[in-house]
Design a protein around this ligand. Structure first.
Ligand SMILES: Nc1ncnc2c1ncn2[C@@H]1O[C@H](COP(=O)(O)OP(=O)(O)O)[C@@H](O)[C@H]1O
Ligand SMILES: [Mg+2]
Length: 244
């Protein structure tokens, strides 16, 4: 068995004096996509923030590439290859798409900026077409793609995505899912929270189910997808067996 790309050991994290995620353990293998499922307020975003380091860490361990990182600030985690795309927001709405991408390169040596921007434009040609448009004037889906592109500029090896398809048209949701698959095919490990549970399970290798801050279930996406409890709670009670 290869070493996991990320290992969480009994992670307890939250805000102020309130632990929200409790004793959460799991391992993610490199190049896999894992969907994190759970009801509203279950603690999904809180878990992603704990991995990136933007909330209060109470106890446990986060091991990334063999190193414990739970006491490192977010920028140190970014440097080591963790990219986090928080839920729906556009960082610099008054700047053009091209200027946003330039900003996203700030941690890279300037000699690498053009190549980095070239790579994400190849992935999302829309960014080239809309290069001069103010980011705040993009549609919700386009802003989401810009945010994903901004994080991908620095070539993370672990990508944390919080509700990347929220508010997107079905077509754009499909584009986002296809992009996530392409990214993972390059060896990037992905942990994604998705409101479109059905769609996310179809592109995922594994699934984690969280209830009230604790791990409730974990397994292959194909198995979790057919579990009666999951179907009932997250998939509207039935699932088309032919969907895959
Ligand atoms: N910034 C915050 N400060 C304090 N409590 C928060 C904060 N963000 C979320 N919470 C609380 O943490 C719990 C889990 O929230 P969250 O992780 O956002 O759930 P999910 O992403 O699964 O919907 C909720 O009870 C929420 O009120
Ligand atoms: Mg959330």
């Amino acid at each position: 068995m290869t070493d996991p790309a990320l290992e969480l050991v009994s992670v307890t994290a939250g805000y102020g004096d309130n632990p929200i995620v409790r004793e959460f353990s799991t391992r993610l293998q490199a190049g896999t996509i894992t969907t994190l499922i759970g009801g509203n307020g279950a603690g999904k975003s809180t878990l992603l923030r704990a991995i990136y380091g933007t909330n209060r860490f109470f106890s446990g361990q986060i091991v990334f590439k063999g190193e414990t990182i739970e006491r490192l600030p977010p920028w140190e985690r970014l440097k080591r290859g963790i990219g986090f795309v928080p839920q729906g927001r556009c960082n610099f709405p008054a700047m053009s798409v091209a200027e946003n991408l330039k900003m996203g390169c700030y941690t890279l040596p300037s000699a690498r900026h053009d190549a980095a921007i070239g790579r994400v434009i190849e992935l999302f040609p829309m960014l080239q077409q809309k290069a001069r448009i103010e980011a705040g004037n993009l549609s919700g889906g386009e802003q989401q793609i810009l945010e994903m592109a901004m994080v991908l500029l620095v070539e993370p090896t672990l990508l944390l995505l919080d509700e990347p398809s929220l508010g997107l048209s079905p077509k754009m949701q499909g584009d986002v899912f296809a992009t996530v698959q392409q990214i993972a095919a390059r060896g990037v490990t992905v942990l994604v929270v998705e409101q479109n549970v059905r769609g996310a399970l179809l592109i995922s290798h594994r699934a984690l189910v969280m209830e009230q801050g604790r791990k409730f279930m974990e397994g292959l996406a194909a198995e979790v997808r057919t579990d009666p409890r999951i179907r009932q709670a997250y998939l509207g009670g039935n699932i088309q067996q032919t969907a895959a």
